[in-house]
Design a protein around this ligand. Sequence first.
Ligand SMILES: [Zn+2]
Length: 269
Amino acid sequence: MPELPEVETVKNGFLQNLEQGLSVSNYWQSPYPLRFSEPDNIGKKLKRQSLKGISRRAKYLMFEFEDYILVSHLGMSGTWREGVRNQKHDHIQIEFSNGKVFTFHDPRRFGYICLLPKKDWQKHKFFSHLGPEPLGKDFSADYLYAKTRKKQQAIKNFIMDQKIVVGVGNIYASEALFLSGIRPSKRAFKLTRKQSQALVENIKVVLKKAIQAGGSYIRDFLNIEGAASFQRQLYVYGKAECECKHCGHRIKKIVQAGRSSFYCPQCQV
Ligand SMILES: [Zn+2]
């Protein structure tokens, strides 16, 4: 499933191909519904709109036009590819005024695309509940420390809650907790100021590393080699019964909120 670093990579891929001022010259969508059904007038609405910028919020790609924001979510298996391929599972095709065509390919159709009025987009149900971006200034040690007070929840589940901070998937949560020496099952309110500081810093470090690994643009926008090189850097995730790279103790696996957590019983308290 595409996580924040993959979406960031896709965004960077688009930034390398599209510049401000371009418009949409053709918009096509397949008759098969994606996760949310969309009126088929997106192309019409975007016709005379010029592109103002491309960004990412949580796992959403945001194409900002004059009056609208075109929002794309990759779901479970969605990818954006450059060019027309006419393959099975191609669901959206957008041609820009520089002649470049991008195709949204999604075999499982959990992805979606929609057009929001630019005004008050933050209040839309996709975005209104989202916490700060993990790489932004708002996600700070003070913020995390304050948020964790009186919270009984396990710290790993806490940092994976989109309302607290967006984009910290299972793999990144496990790795950041290891680097911070914090056990995933530790109750959130027990976090010290120092631990909050370490955890915030390490979440940023782990995500940046993953973005770097997946960050070089390739034609399919999804850098498989990058993902593999990031996998090789992992300390605990998926490494049950392996030796801890720091102390040699065996990595333990537990299940929290239905998801696997991995930690070193010696390094993480
Ligand atoms: Zn260890």
